[in-house]
Design a protein around this ligand. Structure first.
Ligand SMILES: O=C(CO)COP(=O)(O)O
Length: 250
């Protein structure tokens, strides 16, 4: 299955990056040039840099936002709509990241509305799901993932407008990762749920793994069945590390 789906390696810079950080984007661009990579590449900088990043990127790098409001416009001080991200040059947006769910109390219902907003604006929705450490320890991982998938992914999701990112919360920024076997189990489960609900669109949808992906473990994690790429946090901040992960698809 993963062999027939074009993978995506996306870097999520989170709340990091000033104008000077675009030098890393330039370095990624230079590092990608002229090779036949078997993956799509995306960088999701903070909102302040989306427009500049979109200008600096070329066809080999897509630019995504990290969050959007579900409304198109209006009295929502400090928020950014999916239309605004598209206007700034983004082609995708991350929704439902566990940091948004935890820091801003975003429910599955809100995440679903954000995914619909992304589609409305012509953006790909990268919908994040994943269990906490306590949920993993109590054996609830697959139940949690099933509830988040059902509640966060809107009806009508298609492979071209939706990407699922499985990010176990306990693996984010900790240096810990699930075993390849654990990743395989969860990704196979997600694939089964997507296929049941969205038929061939679900079978073709990209399922990214995220959580402490780095050059040293990328090859193993990206080689797992039903892992169609990575959502990379810390290791996407430096071009050399990010390119070291991308190298899993050379
Ligand atoms: O949250 C993540 C990407 O969205 C993963 O972050 P780290 O790669 O820093 O663990």
């Amino acid at each position: 299955m993963s062999g027939t789906i074009r993978p995506l390696v996306a870097g999520n810079w989170k709340m990091n990056g000033l104008a000077g950080s675009l030098g890393e984007l330039d370095a990624v661009k230079a590092g990608l040039s002229g090779d036949g990579l078997n993956a799509d590449i995306m960088i999701c900088p903070p909102a302040t840099l989306v427009a500049a990043a979109a200008k600096a990127a070329n066809a080999s790098i897509a630019i995504g936002g990290q969050d959007c409001h579900f409304a198109e416009k209006g009295a929502h001080t400090g928020d950014i709509s999916a239309e605004m991200l598209a206007d700034a040059g983004a082609s995708a947006v991350i929704v439902g990241h566990s940091e948004r769910r935890a820091d801003h109390g975003e429910s599955d219902e809100i995440v679903m509305k954000k995914a619909q907003a992304a589609w409305r604006a012509g953006l790909v929705a990268i919908i994040c799901i994943g269990e906490t450490e306590a949920e993993r320890k109590s054996g609830a991982t697959l139940d949690v993932v099933a509830v988040q998938l059902a509640g966060s992914v809107p009806e009508g999701a298609r492979a071209e407008n939706t990407v699922i990112a499985y990010e176990p919360v306990w693996a984010i920024g900790t240096g810990l990762t699930p075993t390849a076997g654990d990743v395989a189990e969860v990704h196979a489960f997600i694939r089964q749920k997507l296929s049941e609900r969205f038929s061939e669109e679900g079978a073709a949808m990209r399922i990214l793994y995220g959580g402490s992906v780095k050059p040293a473990n990328a090859q193993e994690l990206m080689g797992v069945e039903n892992v169609n790429g990575a959502l990379v946090g810390g290791a996407s901040l430096k071009a050399a590390d990010f390119l070291g992960i991308v190298a899993a698809y050379r």
